[in-house]
Design a protein around this ligand. Structure first.
Ligand SMILES: CC(C)(COP(=O)(O)OP(=O)(O)OC[C@H]1O[C@@H](n2cnc3c(N)ncnc32)[C@H](O)[C@@H]1OP(=O)(O)O)[C@@H](O)C(=O)NCCC(=O)NCCS
Length: 349
């Protein structure tokens, strides 16, 4: 059998959940165009579609409200949160809290997934000094992570990015989730595998690195010189390129247009100009396009999130995709166990 480094192009399983990168650019969730869903539906609807093939998010919303409210009055969780927040990255905090909650009783697929989503959102909200006192009925998940003062545009922008983060085929973290699920392990353990895998900078961590890069430049000229130098030194520019899309990441224009719409001051305007310049250089020099993380980082900054909460927000969106793949893998019930090509020394005594 031919060896493909990084398993590129290898079909490692079957799925009914999404198609990624057909014609080099499209993204569909259970047959629906994900980009159109950002115009027509909320994250809760899309989450329910991904888990249960039902584009009506009312049950997801009800479960989310129930579990989120329960967390608010859970002393043990809140004590643990306070203990670990001072010394761990928020991704590690999320991994720990999800792990701690675990699974004590049998629940429906949707309810078990929503409990995890609520825990992730609750941890993110705990970093917000002015977190909302009341969840919004329409954009429930997005509102949990913003403040009461959030505008409708801000709620919609976060809702859209959560939709775009929700599912993406056999990416590294989803595959890790499926590998764990394939041993007949439980949902929580499988999601924890996904969280650990998303943390790396070649995957979820790219949005943090992208915004740090943009912020490191004083102005457009500085960015031009800096990025050209990095390319000369064969360094990777975070937020560009993709393992599957070959023409464009369809999620990027949606995110970029929200950044443009939400620009609130001169500083944000300058950072948008710098980002567009980097985008132009990458196209010109490397024929590489921005992926969801490039403008995604800027959008999350514009929504007032600290850089270290960007990947956690990715988790908040993606947990439903991971869960759907977990359930699909359990249904399939095949242990994932590939082979390795041995390149070590010959036999020796
Ligand atoms: C996502 C990624 C791993 C996809 O990898 P891939 O399709 O397997 O592409 P490769 O890593 O094999 O790169 C192919 C070529 O493009 C270059 N390239 C790819 N992404 C690049 C980037 N972001 N910056 C600069 N050069 C890049 C590689 O250096 C390589 O050049 P070479 O042929 O001269 O060696 C890669 O594009 C990357 O590391 N991007 C930055 C991290 C990122 O944004 N991740 C989030 C993904 S949603």
């Amino acid at each position: 059998m031919e060896y493909s480094p990084g398993l590129r192009g290898v079909i490692a399983g079957e799925t009914k959940i999404s198609t990624v990168g057909m014609e080099g650019t499209s993204l569909r969730y259970r047959g629906y165009d994900a980009i159109k869903l950002t115009d027509t539906h909320t994250y809760e609807d899309v989450a329910s579609l991904i888990i249960d093939d039902d584009l009506n998010g009312s049950d997801f919303t009800a479960f989310f409200q129930k579990y989120y409210t329960e967390l608010d009055s859970d002393k043990n969780i809140n004590n643990l949160l306070e203990q670990i927040k001072s010394r761990l990255h928020p991704m590690d905090v999320i991994r720990t809290i999800v792990s701690y909650i675990g699974e004590s009783e049998k629940k429906s697929d949707l309810e078990a997934t929503t409990q995890i989503s609520a825990a992730v959102a609750y941890v993110i909200a705990s970093y917000n000094d002015s977190k909302t006192s009341e969840l919004n009925d329409e954009y429930t998940v997005a509102s949990s992570m913003l403040s009461d003062e959030a505008s409708k545009d801000q709620l919609q922008a976060l809702d859209d990015i959560l939709i775009l983060y929700a599912e993406h085929g056999f990416n590294a973290s989803t595959f890790a989730t499926r590998v764990t699920g394939s041993t007949r392990s439980d949902l929580t353990s499988s999601i924890v595998s996904g969280i650990g895998t998303l943390k790396g900078e070649l995957h979820g961590g790219a949005n943090e690195r992208a915004v740090e890069l943009i912020n490191s430049f004083q102005d457009v000229e500085d960015a031009t010189v800096g990025v050209m130098k990095m390319l000369d030194e064969k360094k990777k520019i975070m937020g560009f390129g993709h393992g599957v899309y070959k023409i464009q990441d369809p999620r990027s224009p949606v995110v970029k247009s929200w950044v443009k719409k939400l620009i609130s001051d001169d500083d944000a305007k300058l950072r948008f100009e710098i980002a567009k310049k980097i985008d132009q250089i990458m196209d010109q020099e490397k024929k590489l396009f921005p992926n969801v993380d490039f403008y995604g980082g800027l959008l999350l900054s514009e929504l007032n999130f600290n850089v270290n909460l960007f990947t956690p927000i990715f988790v908040a969106g993606r947990s439903v995709g991971w869960a759907a793949h977990y359930f699909e893998q359990r249904e399939d019930d095949t242990l994932i166990r590939p082979a390795a090509k041995y390149i070590g020394v010959e036999e020796r005594d």
